[in-house]
Design a binder for this molecule. Sequence first.
Ligand SMILES: [Fe+2]
Length: 461
Amino acid sequence: MGVAWCTVFVVLVLKSVVFVDGGSTSSFVRKDEKAIDMPLDSDVFVAPAGYNAPQQVHITQGDHVGKAMIVSWVTMDEPGSNTVYYWSQNSKKKMKAKGMVTTYSFYNYTSGFIHHCNITHLKHDTKYYYMVGIGHTTRTFWFMTPPEVGPDVPYTFGLIGDLGQSYDSNITLTHYEMNPTKGKTVLFVGDLSYADNYPNHDNNRWDSWGRFVERSVAYQPWIWTAGNHELDYAPEIGEEEPFKPFTHRYHVPYKSSQSTAPFWYSIKRASAYIIVLASYSAYGKYTPQYKWLEKELPKVNRTETPWLIVLLHAPWYNSYNYHYMEGESMRVMYEAWFVKYKVDVVFAGHVHAYERSERVSNIAYNIVTGICQPVKDQSAPVYITIGDGGNLEGLANNMTEPQPEYSAYREASFGHATFDIKNRTHAYYGWHRNQDGYAVTADTMWFYNRFWNPENESTST
Ligand SMILES: [Fe+2]
């Protein structure tokens, strides 16, 4: 009898430890140093040698299902060829695809020749080589196409946000590349180059950023989300076309998901359905983005793509004292849909730190009820802020106290994450801080799929 009571007591004590409400703020305190941009003559920015050599090579998915790839590059001396030669690993036969070229000017800057070529009708799960710069200096790269879309296809995504081009940015990218989990595609949550922090938005910093990240994005697709640093809205110098550099440089397959603008769109990749939303385009009722999302969410077939992932820039749940409420009006518009359609996870950036939420929703409020506190909700997504890429603006290290109950873990460090889908029920998520070894995870979570396995993950060990 005594032993039994003792056991009950121990279990109760353990439970109170394991299921304690409120999250944790990491005890790890990063040395507070300013993030400094790498100078333009840094190794990582070196332009490839040779006349009209293609530079800033980058790829992204080119259709809705992963059988196409958009290849982009910049030539500086002359337009040169728009053609891409490509061939699969098992074939010597070179095929070719023809793209287009564009340029733009921004205040006193004129861009190089920006090429985009969508290679279509690719085979799934195949390694392809591709060559650009035909006619002058050629460069050859390779990529893997994803497996055919299906419910139990394992696939690993990397997560990077607010990267910039500081020494810390370089460490983040290296940690992503060296992470033994091996991300196959980056889900990028916005704020790429931070060129707009320079006088007149010095667009040479868009070029240097393109050269900096080429070592990853020429070999695996990065899925683009537009952040506020992509706006480049500068009427004071006569630049009144929002997103001008971004839209000229980075193409996305928005038309294949019936979107009408390149800032919100969706793709399927392996077992994931990824919806990209635009924090800086209109999202109120009757707007194009609203109408698109309203039609889009019911299209997601969880039997085909169990994992429903949303990317956006300004976080809805954020307990740092930075960008307070900036995501709030979008949350008010769309959160009920995310709960209804059981979104698994929402990744955001903007706040230059890391935070993971509990599964919470805050949709009960109306003008009569006054119910405005977030509550635990197993149909709600986990919200993750991964704006910790390391850009020159530095860390967000000032947090609201006490830590709100919805916040499960938060830490003011630079880093990246991986989302490793195992099958239709389980995915393993890990966040890596830059101060640790490449294999070390600082925050982890087993995700249980909201459609196939909607159990409370916090009871797992
Ligand atoms: Fe931002």
